[in-house]
Design a binder for this molecule. Structure first.
Ligand SMILES: C[S@@+](CC[C@H](N)C(=O)[O-])C[C@H]1O[C@@H](n2cnc3c(N)ncnc32)[C@H](O)[C@@H]1O
Length: 279
């Protein structure tokens, strides 16, 4: 593919401190990108930045509120999700944060050429494969010429796909296929970005330590807990869709994943993909 570059970093064999550092590096990659981008566009009050699918970030005070602390108050920060169910009350947010309820598949006309930076994260389970090009062209339209997009997506591939997680992924592959979703969509995104007209496409892969909190620290524990929540929350739908024999069977598999991750841990790859709308 032209006009693309890739860097992969794996910490699977690293020491505990290396693994813990991986989290910080991973976060730094995102923050470094934002900082450079913000510097490039001048941070002079004309910047508008939007985060897509931002429920969790805002709820936990990550990203938008973190970012509001490190950029001048003249920088406009926007958060967007298709539901406001978990948005904090506007009065709890600084005045330069604005929340919106919109679908990334159909953004307001008035946002055309509007944003300097767009960050979108973890829509792997939300957008069907055929909807990704639609989403990426909406982001393209709403970016200013020269503006940048940053996509962050898990790959949901384990270093060792065996035991309960293998069974779990088999079930989820069926669920994903039935809904037109792709568990490793992150691999296809650079190509989709190129087809949508973006340039300067780069990506990095980070291996995120997940589980084994005793050895790998609380962040690894939190990463596992967040995936387990998704696995538990989706259980009823998976059973109702007939993708597994019964709720008991699903719970048994999910319990097995939880135990395995708590004891041994897993390394889940995540891709950070950046691109620019041409001037
Ligand atoms: C897995 S959550 C990720 C939340 C958050 N980005 C994070 O990192 O914790 C997926 C989010 O995508 C949102 N979503 C799903 N389809 C969407 C769409 N078409 N447009 C905007 N947001 C969407 C859901 O409402 C949900 O909040």
């Amino acid at each position: 593919m032209n006009n693309m570059s890739c860097k992969c970093t794996s910490y699977t064999k690293g020491s505990w401190s290396t693994r813990r550092a991986c989290f910080q590096i991973w976060r730094k990659v995102e923050v470094a990108f934002w900082t450079v981008e913000l510097e490039q566009v001048g941070c002079d009050g004309r910047i508008t930045l939007i985060l897509f699918s931002c429920l969790t970030f805002v709820l936990k005070g990550i990203w938008l509120t973190d970012l509001a602390k490190i950029v001048p108050p003249t920088v406009e920060l926007h958060g967007c999700d298709m539901t406001s169910a978990k948005y904090p009350a506007q009065e709890l947010l600084p005045p330069n944060i604005h929340m919106h309820v919109e679908s990334v598949l159909s953004l307001p006309e008035k946002w055309t050429n509007h944003f300097d930076l767009i960050h979108q994260r973890f829509l792997v389970g939300a957008l069907r494969r055929d909807k990704w090009p639609v989403a990426l062209s909406e982001l393209f339209r709403t970016l200013k010429p020269g503006g940048s997009v940053q996509l962050v997506e898990n790959l949901y591939t384990c270093t060792v796909e065996s035991g309960p997680i293998k069974r779990h992924f088999e079930i989820f592959d069926k669920v994903f296929a039935a809904h037109g979703l792709v568990r490793e969509i992150a691999i296809e995104l650079p190509q989709f970005l190129q087809e949508a007209g973006y340039v300067d496409i780069t990506w990095e892969e980070k291996i995120v330590p997940t589980g084994n909190a005793k050895e790998w620290g609380p962040l690894a524990g939190m990463a596992a807990a967040s995936h387990m929540r998704v696995f538990r929350d989706t259980g009823k739908l998976v059973v109702a869709g007939g993708f597994v024999g019964s709720q008991e069977e699903y719970d048994e598999i999910t319990d097995g994943v939880e135990r395995e991750w708590a004891e041994k841990g897993e390394h889940l790859p995540c891709r950070i993909i950046c691109a620019r709308k041409p001037l």
